[in-house]
Design a protein around this ligand. Structure first.
Ligand code: TPP
Ligand code: DXP
Ligand code: MG
Length: 649
């Protein structure tokens, strides 16, 4: 792994205090005034790092002071600091012994862009999907109190959760349980009034009202007696507030009603507030406590602060101009093709509507929302609800497209089974980020959707081999009222194929043959089709005649096509960018049932390997997965048992 600290390129900021921090304990040498300078240096180091690596910028900048305050007051790794989503963890990584590798973030063999237990004892819990931190922290708190053994010892359990992540049901399930268990547990609500896009929903409005009514003073907590938890500078003000509030009917905050002490709102960028509040909480808290910190996403870097997404994620960029270094695109992204195809369908059919769970830009539904605002729903980070809401829309006579990343749809799986599939409701699942996604790594890989959908009775499961196919699949889904249907497509740009003006519905369960050969058949499902064709060309050049087909459907399988390919070829290879249990498994099942193996077919199934693949470029990840053209070629040769080709094709 490259060590990048010795690099003294001119854009590296001067960081004399930060240079003295090798682990969080080193922060204890500094006065509060010096900690403010550490925070400034940490901010500059974070900006400089992400300018070189790309990655999540705005969220980390928004928690710089919080990170410094937490690590200077608490004692990690004994105290467990759990970052929700953990896309804001780069400053934490810099302070926790990983600064020498910070510029390897999100690269092959480098640091993960998220917290990861295997990476550091300072990452007590891994994350990347949202809203898990309170549950995990509560688990640590209970384990501590029950005397569980933990390598790093047991101290405080602290969850840092954003306002976006707080909108998920799972966060409330955890609050509910924590309020009941009454264990000492610290939750910091990092409220920057942003998700990836501006947050939607009643909870977001509620949080806004909380601080609009009591900016930086805890009037309600004071009224309910939480004043003793406040540090001295606040206590006087709070007492006065309490006096003021005497006789007024003040309801508790939602969090207090759930059994938490509520402290806040406080200014999450002001160490003069953060440090005394955290010190007091550390010294005095008994049960569950929620600290409501107000922050700004992208804080301190104007190009992030003023961007619509507050610098949520960035390609490498120029620090001075903020300009991102993106390579020019040769084809429209799959996401954009989906959005445009959906708008075409929606223009013809007023029942078409769309649902996203906090990913309007990522799924392309921001475009749809602009054109059809009343037919587009951002439900917040709430995949479970999003799926069942779509089921309700379908039951109510609409034609909903539930657009989610493959990896996030995992969270709504029971809803897919129980609310959609069993009721045979025609929800259309647009599954973006299918396959390996690159820098976000294993947590974001779309590996399982084919397996977890193709086993459901009545589901139609398609994979687009290219962007034109995607357009046809959108049309297919729009026309399919008989039950649930899903189509998957990868992150990034299309293959550059010619696009039809309008998508044409495909015949359900029918694949297509791309080229005819005689000896070997490669049956691809999804965008590995291009690699399969390349492999076929290479094999052809070596004298092996290859048929290549695009299955289009994992369910229902094109039985005729599969059986014909099996009958007419010596070997059949299936290729997909999905885990075992998906397309290839269904083909194998069919071949077994039909007794094809008894007749000696050489069958091989190429799927993602049974490992979690760490971040790298997508191509490198596919190399690890052995799903590139050369791997397909090698698989064919090994299936044939051909070491030196005999030109028998
Ligand atoms: C279950 C799940 N759905 C969607 C996402 C995509 N996602 C990552 S960060 C984010 C926004 C989080 O907002 P917030 O918690 O407020 O943190 P902020 O970025 O504002 O600091 C979303 C939607 C995810 N990581 N996990
Ligand atoms: C942290 C998170 O879950 C998102 O920010 C994710 O990284 C977005 O991925 P895309 O860049 O593929 O939209
Ligand atoms: Mg937020």
């Amino acid at each position: 792994m490259p060590d990048t600290t010795s690099d003294t390129r001119p854009n590296r900021p001067e960081t004399p205090l930060l240079d003295r921090v090798h682990n969080p304990a080193d922060l204890k040498q500094f006065s509060d005034a010096e900690l403010k300078r550490v925070a400034q240096e940490l901010r500059e180091e974070t900006i400089s790092t992400v300018s070189e690596t790309g990655g999540h910028l705005g969220a980390g900048l928004g928690v710089i002071e919080l990170t410094v305050a937490l690590h200077s007051v608490f004692d990690a790794p004994r105290d467990k600091i759990i970052w929700d989503v953990s896309h804001q963890c780069y400053p934490h990584k810099i302070l926790t012994g990983r600064r020498d590798r910070i510029r390897t973030l999100r690269q092959k063999d480098g640091l993960s862009g998220f917290t990861k237990r295997s990476e550091s004892p300072y990452d007590p819990f891994g994350a990347a999907h949202s809203s898990t931190s309170i549950s995990a922290a509560l688990g640590f708190a209970v384990a501590r109190d029950l005397g569980g053994a933990c390598d790093t010892g047991h101290g405080d359990a602290i969850a840092v959760i954003g306002d976006g992540a707080m909108s998920a049901g799972m966060a409330f399930e955890a609050l509910n349980n924590a309020g009941h268990l009454k264990k000492r547990l610290i939750v910091i609500l990092n409220d920057n009034e942003m998700s990836i896009a501006p947050p939607t929903g009643a909870l977001s409005s509620y949080l806004t009202r909380l601080y609009a009514e009591a900016p930086f003073h805890d009037l309600k907590a004071a009224a309910k007696g939480a004043v003793s938890l406040l540090p001295e500078p606040f206590r006087e003000g709070a007492k006065r507030a309490k006096e003021m509030l005497k006789g007024m009917a003040v309801g508790g905050t939602l969090f207090e009603e759930l059994g938490f002490s509520y402290l806040g709102p406080i200014d999450g960028h002001d160490l003069d507030q953060l440090l005394p509040v955290l010190r007091t909480v550390k010294a005095r808290a008994t049960g569950p406590i929620l600290i409501h910190a107000l922050t700004r996403k992208g804080k301190g870097y104007s190009h992030a602060e003023h961007a619509a997404d507050k610098g949520h994620a960035r390609a490498k960029f120029d620090v001075v101009t903020g300009e991102q270094k993106k390579s020019p695109s040769n084809a429209p992204s799959y996401t954009k093709v989906f959005a445009e195809a959906l708008m075409q369908e929606a223009a013809e059919d007023s029942r078409i509507c769309a649902v996203t769970a906090a990913m309007p830009d990522g799924t392309g539904l921001d475009l749809f929302a602009e054109r059809y605002p009343s037919r587009c729903f951002d439900v917040g980070i709430a995949e479970q609800h999003g799926v069942t809401f779509s089921a309700g829309l379908a039951a109510g006579g609409m034609r909903p497209f539930c657009a989610m990343y493959s990896t996030f749809l995992q969270r709504g799986y029971d809803q897919v089974v129980h609310d959609v599939a069993i009721q045979r409701l025609p929800v259309r699942f647009a599954i973006d980020r299918a396959g390996l996604v690159g820098a976000d790594g294993a947590t974001h890989a779309g590996s399982y959707d084919v397996a977890y959908l193709s086993n459901l009775p009545g589901f139609v499961v398609m994979a687009a081999a290219d962007e034109a196919e995607l357009k046809h699949m959108v049309a297919t889904a729009a026309a399919h009222d008989e039950g649930p249907i899903a189509f998957r497509y990868p992150r990034g740009e299309g293959e550059g194929v010619e696009m039809p003006v309008r998508g044409v519905p495909l015949q359900i369960g029918v694949g297509r043959v791309m080229r005819e050969g005689t000896r070997v058949a490669i049956l691809s499902f999804g965008t590995r089709l291009g690699e399969s064709i390349k492999a076929a060309e290479a094999l052809e050049a070596r004298g092996v005649s290859v048929t290549v087909a695009d299955a289009r459907f994992a369910k229902p399988l094109d039985r005729d096509l599969v059986l014909r390919l099996a009958r007419e070829h010596e070997a059949l290879i299936t290729v997909e960018e999905g885990a075992v249990g998906g397309f290839g498994s269904h083909v194998a099942q069919l071949l077994a049932e039909e007794g094809v193996f008894d007749r000696g077919l050489k069958y091989r199934s190429m799927v993602l390997p049974d490992i979690f693949i760490d971040q790298a470029s997508p191509r490198d990840m596919y190399a690890v997965a052995q799903l590139n053209a050369e791997d397909i070629e090698a698989k064919v040769l090994s299936a044939l048992g051909v070491e030196r080709l005999d030109k028998r094709a």
